[in-house]
Design a binder for this molecule. Sequence first.
Ligand SMILES: *Cc1c(COP(=O)(O)O)cnc(C)c1O
Length: 387
Amino acid sequence: MSRLDSFFTAALDRIDRAGQRRTLRPAALEGGGRIHRGGRVMVDFSSNDYLGLARHPLLIARARDWTEAHGTGSGASRLVTGTSEDHLALEARIARFKHAEAALIFASGWQANAAVIPALLATVPGAAVFTDRLIHASMHAGLAISGTRQHRFRHNDLDHLEELLAGKGAQAPARLILTESVFSMDGDRADIARLADIAERHQAFLFVDEAHATGVLGPSGAGLSALVPGGIDLIMGTFSKALGGFGAYVAGSRVMIDYLVNAASGFIFTTAPPPAVLGAIDAALDLVPGMDAERAHLAALGEHLRGGLATLGIDHGASSTQIVPAVIGPEAAALDLSRKLEEQGLLASAIRPPTVPPGTSRLRLALRATHSRADVDSLLNTIEACR
Ligand SMILES: *Cc1c(COP(=O)(O)O)cnc(C)c1O
């Protein structure tokens, strides 16, 4: 019992009444795009291990080797004694991969966004911040910490962004644009080339979250930012999705990275990522540039799934990536379909408000390079049978 349990119980009751109670259910990734849950193995359309690297032998071996060589813990924060040769070598490697001057590793993507955004805004008082309506919760956390009001533009509506920049941005001492290159719930892309052009014309700092693009899209899987070298001021991405490991990075100018080392609370006051995590990242960076065949297969699976959903009359929004929403509409219908699929051995999580707007409850289908075309066909056939 805690002394505040009556408050927590009341809060949970409110969540229950709204039908939004969430609970934790154990699961374990298996090979071949499968997952072990509830005592059986299912085809997994819910995890973000897009290239199947989370169980790759090279990542496992290097995480083990680096642990054996250096131990399980890093001992301290980066600025104290936590920086190893491996941290510095990996950061140089990530900077090259992202065509940036420098890079910095963070413990997680959430932590990177929540730490970097307030650090950036602390240097430019009065900066005007422009955000896509669908940016990730971690960027909102960073903005909330900084106490900055955001000007939100309609999702991927860059005309609206330009209007806001010209209006609210003109008088501000600095302008920042925050968006994602691939949106996590919709699987659509931002027009990165146009964003870079807008940033240039409005002299706005451009921040792009590549959590779902890193490893999957762009030349050598370097993300969509690689299409506009030098056009993005700060690129953020994670090692926890396509790269099959854990942690995150930001990449940009040397001066900015040096500043973040001195100003980002979530970098300074947290223990450095340990050897096992670094080893897995290093191995993933060995593999990812050579995985064009896996990326092409993933893209083809996406096309196949979208085609199949369209045939069934199910809206897949503007998806053009490995993330394909099957928009069902009412919350109850999406949950019901998800449950029926699970009974048939297919894991496709229902995503509902408040994560997505009311009336757009969906299955968020995440494809993996380890899925076969037959896996997608079985998903489509089962969806058809269940509706
Ligand atoms: C997953 C995600 C993050 C958080 O990354 P973690 O490493 O999982 O903390 C940040 N931004 C976006 C867009 C994401 O999808």
